[in-house]
Design a protein around this ligand. Structure first.
Ligand code: PEP
Length: 243
């Protein structure tokens, strides 16, 4: 069985004042993660309690070098990160990242001892064209390293049209996609593919978390807006733990 993970992505939000939120986020029984801006990772790792991990939102494919403004996976690990999000749709869109780049980033994360959270998702145009499952199969295949296992890698399905929009995929849509992704993972990785956690992401909040977590093959969530405040995020964590 995959481990359950509730992951928060603060995106480009938060200064040191936001660290106070971390005191009331976490859980003893499931994995809980906050990915703050890179400027806060070291302080967040120092502030986090036992039931909370800290992660990065992106990493470079290399370990060092002339890449102004970029951050290497070993630097994230050195700052106290345990995970790193790679291939978020905002990175794919804003920075033109391809699935091949995302895979190289995931490989860099694994080499640094970090767990990559590999994001994939279809646009609204792709869904309306009936291309969702093929797009996701292609993104998953091209973005995931060959040595992925349940112990070192997490996949997040995030329909682009549901991120930050308030639109949530229906549980039928989520169930269809997650069953499809699970089949792809087991076809490629065999039994190990059954252990890789599949997160849903896209306007998850306390009000919809219970039904999303009751959906087959949903092992957790990647949460943007509702992770910024502990009072919004911890109920989602608790709903996952109770699911
Ligand atoms: C995200 O940032 O990955 C995300 C799903 O954002 P939101 O929860 O705000 O839709």
């Amino acid at each position: 069985m995959p481990r359950k993970l509730a992951a928060g992505n603060w995106k480009m939000n938060g200064t040191t004042a936001a660290l106070s939120e971390l005191a009331s986020i976490g859980h003893a029984d499931i994995d809980v993660l906050i990915c703050p801006p890179a400027t806060l990772i070291a302080a967040a790792a120092a502030a986090a309690g036992d039931g909370l991990s800290i992660g990065g939102q992106d990493c470079h494919t290399g370990i060092s070098g002339a890449h102004t403004g970029d951050i290497a996976a070993p630097m994230l690990a050195d700052a106290g990160a345990k995970y790193v999000i790679v291939g978020h749709s905002e990175r794919r869109t804003d920075h033109g990242e391809t699935s091949e780049t995302v895979r190289a980033k995931a490989e860099a994360a694994l080499a640094a001892g970090l767990t990559p959270i590999i994001c994939i998702g279809e646009t609204l145009a792709e869904r309306e064209a009936g291309a969702t499952l093929q797009i996701l199969t292609d993104q998953l295949a091209a973005s995931t390293p060959d040595d992925a296992t349940g112990a070192n890698t997490v996949i997040a399905y995030e329909p682009v049209w549901a991120i930050g929009t308030g639109l949530v995929a229906t549980t039928d849509q989520i169930a269809e996609v997650h069953a499809h992704l699970r089949a792809d993972l087991t076809a490629r990785f065999g039994a190990a593919g059954t252990d890789i956690a599949l997160l849903y992401g896209g306007s998850v909040k306390a009000a919809n978390a219970v039904e999303i977590f009751a959906t087959p093959e949903v092992n957790g969530a990647l949460v943007g807006g509702a992770s910024l405040k502990a009072s919004d995020f911890q109920p989602i964590v608790d709903a996952l733990a109770a699911s």
